[in-house]
Design a binder for this molecule. Structure first.
Ligand code: F6P
Length: 320
């Protein structure tokens, strides 16, 4: 392997820049050339490929977003697009690619690997929904951003003695919602993985809490459940308590990464280059039980992960 490429794909996540920096600098330190591929697989197909030197990644570790840009690319899901991508890699002398993204991005990496381009995936998503790893790049920053925003909503909610429904991101995964539920001391948490809640129970809970003197009632609603605005209208009508919905949205994807996201993304970026140099391909990097490890992409995609029952129970125990 003489030249490697790096790209970010799917939704961006804080810490992706730290990972790009680590890939570029580790590769250069190991005597390789590096090419940055802009806008994910779409940029590969458009040949938006630039040489990268160590100085090109200076002053980015603290920045949110991704300096390479990112995209979700439908064309690359098809065999024809994948073949074209592999040919473009060969034309540019790219022997291997580090793909920073979520599960969807690994399918493309898998295809490239079959076509002779070595690939290593890094888990980049705020959702924490990649089964082979306890850590994903961006989750720590996103959950801290959401937590701080919820604290602010809680202040005004208490002053006005309102109920607040706060919708957090996470596609179909409730990790941000669970963590904020515990970290913000929410009264109720609605998660797609535990979607058996009964709205009447929430209404009863709000009324009971109000009788016990609680001036606020915070409901964290995961994006996968959604409908926060209509839920707020129904709850207000049933309880007679003013209820507002706040959808935090894309603010959770931006901002300067936390120390944890900078640190783990840096180690993972270096690790990806080093295992590629050992001859590995079609692998995804994960973090489990205090170790950085890697898995075959197919095996990783077969794994499942869910919300821990005990942790979910604790969120209820602490919300009385
Ligand atoms: O996967 C990250 C994420 O922010 C999800 O939480 C969310 O559902 C999705 O991306 C939104 O995607 P888009 O940027 O395409 O609107």
């Amino acid at each position: 392997i003489k030249t490697i490429g790096v790209l970010t794909s799917g939704g961006d996540a804080p810490g992706m820049n730290a990972a790009i920096r680590a890939v570029v600098r580790t590769a250069i330190a190991r005597g390789l050339k590096v090419k940055g591929i802009k806008k994910g697989y779409q940029g590969l197909l458009n040949e938006e490929i630039v040489d990268m030197e160590a100085k090109d990644v200076s002053d980015i570790i603290q920045r949110g977003g991704t300096i390479l840009g990112t995209a979700r690319c439908l064309e690359f899901k098809e065999a024809e697009g994948q073949k074209k991508g592999a040919e473009i890699c060969k034309k540019h002398g790219i022997d291997g690619i580090v793909v920073i993204g979520g599960d969807g991005s690994y399918r493309g990496a898998q295809a490239l690997s079959r076509l002779g381009i070595n690939t290593i995936g890094l888990p980049g998503t705020i959702d924490l929904d990649i089964a082979c790893t306890e850590y994903t790049i961006g989750f720590d920053t996103a959950v801290n951003t959401a937590m701080q925003a919820i604290d602010k909503v809680k202040d005004t909610s208490s002053s006005h003695e309102r109920c607040s429904i706060i919708e957090v991101m996470g596609r179909n995964a409730g990790y941000i919602a669970l963590w904020c539920g515990i970290a913000n001391g929410a009264e109720d948490i609605l998660l797609p993985e535990k979607y058996d809640y009964n709205e009447q129970n929430i209404i009863n809970n709000i009324i009971t809490n109000r009788k016990h003197g609680k001036t606020h009632h915070i409901i964290i609603n995961a994006e996968g459940i959604g409908h926060s605005t209509s839920m707020a209208r129904r709850i207000e009508a049933a309880t007679g308590i003013e209820t507002r919905a706040t959808i935090l949205g894309y603010m959770q994807r931006g901002g300067s990464p936390t120390a944890k996201d900078r640190y783990y993304a840096s180690i993972m970026g270096a690790y990806a280059v080093d295992i590629m140099l050992e001859g590995k391909t079609n692998r995804v990097v994960g973090y489990q039980h205090g170790e950085f490890i890697d898995f075959d992409i197919e095996d990783a995609l077969q794994m499942e992960k869910g919300i821990n029952d005990y942790q979910f129970e604790v969120s209820h125990l602490l919300s009385i």
